[in-house]
Every structure is written in structure tokens, then in C-alpha cells.
Design a protein around this ligand. Structure first.
Ligand code: ZN
Ligand code: ZN
Length: 355
């Protein structure tokens, strides 16, 4: 039995369940290896079932080990109901934030003598700590992003459109083996750099502007995430000062990362430094987030997340300062929590690059 399934069995026991249904795509992929887009898992105290539709039966047979693959009668929900009834399960856990009200109502109506128990982020909590295979996929995803950044620098100059840079990065990453970009690429220049999520537009770069580039690659299902801010030409005093402040805050936060430390304490390391310099209100997002099969995962480096860091957790560290109509600076690395500290997976240079 895999470690991942063992963790699920523990959840089943702790909640005194007869079984657990998994309806969220990333979670069924994590547990079974199945990468199709329509499935439900039923995990009982003894056995594992994967129900998928006709289109995916061959794919499931290829990708999945340790599960009975159940052929559907019609829709997978009806097949699940049949299976639950056949096995005589009475207390069934479900993922409360991945099942629609419609599907829940249908189960409620058909499984009349089954108690449905909502579980919140149960698999996501297991997924917080990455195993060796996951870490190597994340490492490769970060490597592809680093190579793309190095490649694209020569193209960033006044007159070039943000969208051209986004396209070049995407093309490069896919040529290097990425399945797709981790999210819509952010290329935000000049005043647009004040938008923390400024997806690339047709705006052209102008001399003297700061450009925030935030992107990542998906490799073997795993996402990388990195941000660099560059300047076109010579930075002015304010651009230099704000850049240096963000960089110092980022490095200070990273240095605090090790097992046993609370996520909120890491956020505070960067936030305090930025606040003392008078830019607290201009750093309006969390310091970072977990990354894995999803681009945003638990835990988070936020003021309210008191999750204690463990080896194998992997998060971004991405402080930013944004000033309306002026622009912004953000620097983001992927950081792995190791047995005695941290390892930065993003290798791109962090001094202010002048183009
Ligand atoms: Zn990012
Ligand atoms: Zn991020």
C-alpha cells in the first residue's frame, strides 16, 4: 500500500468512516495516478476503487495501480451509488469543497441510509508534504522556468509588447518539456507593474520601466512559480531602493525557513521589514503559498496560517511592493523545506537586471 493511501486510511479511521469518496481531480491524481478529467475514487478500510467513464478506461488501466477500475453503468455517480450499496457502507466521507450542491443532493437522495460526512481539505493536508518523486518533478519544473527566463532576457527592450515576451516564454518552456504554463503568464511593465496579477497585454515596453515577469512551468503535473523584476535602462533612485528593500525582505524571510517554524512567522519576517520602511500597505498579499499539483496549495506564508513547517513542504516566497501609477517590484522563489533548513529551487539571478 502506498504511503499516500496509508494516509487516507488513517483519515478513515480517525473519522470512524466506512469509506471516503474523492471527487477533486488533483486529489484522485495524487492518490491513484489517474490523470483523466472525469473520475471518482472510493476508498474503504480495505480496498480502493476508481470509477471513470468509457473514454478513460484504457488510460486508467495504464496509469493506475492499487485500485479496482470499475466500469460505469451510465454516469459515474450512479455507479458509485451502486458500489456503496453493494459494499454496505454506512458512513461515507466526502470532500466538502469539491462536490457541487447538485451532486451532493443526488447522493443524498439515492444513499438514503448512508451518513455523508463532510471532510475539509483532508487530502490537501496530506499533499502539503511532498515525497521524493514530487520534489524531483517540481525541481524540473523550476529548472525549465529558469532556462526560459535566461532565454527571454535578450528580447526584453523598449518597443516590444508584453504579450510577445509571454508567448516566447511559453513556447520555450513547452519546447523544454513543460506540459503547459503553470498559469496565464504575468508580464506587467511600467504602471501596470502595480497590478500584482497583471496578465500580459499588448502594451509595449518603454525605457526606464520596471517589468514584473511571473510565470512557471507544469512538468509531470507539478507547477513551478517564479517572479523576477527587471528594469529597462538605468534604474532611478526610488526603483533601486524599493528593489533592494523587496530583495532584503525576501532573503530575510527565506533565511527563517526551517522545520518547526510557523508559516505566519516567516510572513512576518518580510512584512515587518517592509512595514518599517513605510510600505506595509503596499504589500497587500501573503508572502507565499504552497505549490504542487495545483499552483496554490496549502500551507501559505500568510499572517494567519500557523501551520508548522515540515521537511518536504514546498512554498513560494514572494514579497512585493506596488505603488499606483508608479509600478511595482516582486521577487519570487520556490523554496523547499529540508531537514535542517531550506533549499531554493529557483536559480535565476536576483540582483536587479538592467536591460
Ligand atoms: Zn508567481
Ligand atoms: Zn506565487
Amino acid at each position: 500500500m502506498s504511503k499516500r493511501i496509508a494516509a487516507l486510511r488513517k483519515i478513515i479511521n480517525e473519522n470512524k468512516l466506512d469509506g471516503l469518496i474523492i471527487t477533486k481531480q488533483q486529489n484522485w491524481q495524487y492518490l491513484s495516478g489517474f490523470s483523466g478529467t472525469n473520475a471518482v475514487l472510493l476508498i474503504t478500510g480495505e480496498d480502493n476503487y476508481l470509477i471513470t467513464d468509457f473514454r478513460y478506461l484504457a488510460q486508467a488501466a495504464e496509469e493506475v495501480t492499487g485500485f479496482h477500475i470499475v466500469k460505469p453503468f451510465a454516469v459515474i455517480e450512479d455507479t458509485l451509488v451502486e458500489k456503496v450499496t453493494e459494499l454496505g457502507l454506512k458512513r461515507l466521507g466526502f470532500e466538502d469543497d469539491s462536490i457541487s450542491y447538485h451532486v451532493y443532493s443526488s447522493y443524498r437522495g439515492k444513499l438514503t441510509d448512508v451518513e455523508l460526512v463532510p471532510l475539509h481539505q483532508a487530502v490537501e493536508t496530506v499533499r502539503q508534504v511532498k515525497d521524493t518523486a514530487e520534489i524531483s518533478a517540481l525541481r524540473k519544473a523550476a529548472e525549465i522556468a529558469d532556462a526560459a527566463f535566461d532565454d527571454v532576457l535578450k528580447l526584453i527592450k523598449p518597443g516590444v509588447r508584453e504579450s510577445e515576451i509571454a508567448l516566447e516564454i511559453e513556447y520555450f518552456m513547452r519546447r523544454k518539456g513543460a506540459q503547459k504554463p503553470a498559469f496565464d503568464l504575468i508580464v506587467a511593465s511600467g504602471p501596470r507593474a502595480a497590478l500584482p496579477h497583471g496578465v500580459a497585454t499588448d502594451k509595449t515596453f518603454a525605457a526606464g520601466e520596471l517589468v514584473i515577469i511571473d510565470f512557471g512551468a507544469v512538468y509531470a503535473g507539478y507547477h513551478s512559480d517564479m517572479t523576477r523584476t527587471v528594469v529597462l535602462g538605468q534604474p532611478d533612485r526610488r526603483q533601486r531602493d524599493i528593489y533592494e528593500l523587496v530583495l532584503r525582505a525576501q532573503e530575510r524571510a527565506i533565511e527563517a525557513i526551517k522545520p518547526g517554524v510557523k508559516c505566519s512567522a516567516v510572513d512576518l519576517k518580510a512584512r515587518d521589514m517592509i512595514t518599517v520602511e513605510g510600505y506595509g500597505a503596499n504589500f497587500g498579499h501573503g508572502l507565499g503559498h504552497g505549490v504542487g499539483l495545483e499552483i496554490h496549495e496549502k500551507p501559505g506564508f500568510t499572517p494567519k496560517d500557523d501551520t508548522v513547517l515540515e521537511p518536504g513542504m514546498l512554498l513560494t516566497v514572494e514579497p512585493g511592493i506596488y505603488l499606483n501609477s508608479w509600478g511595482g517590484v516582486r521577487i519570487e522563489d520556490l523554496v523547499l523545506v529540508t531537514a535542517d533548513g531550506y533549499e531554493i529551487l529557483s536559480k535565476s539571478p536576483k540582483q536587479l537586471i538592467r536591460l
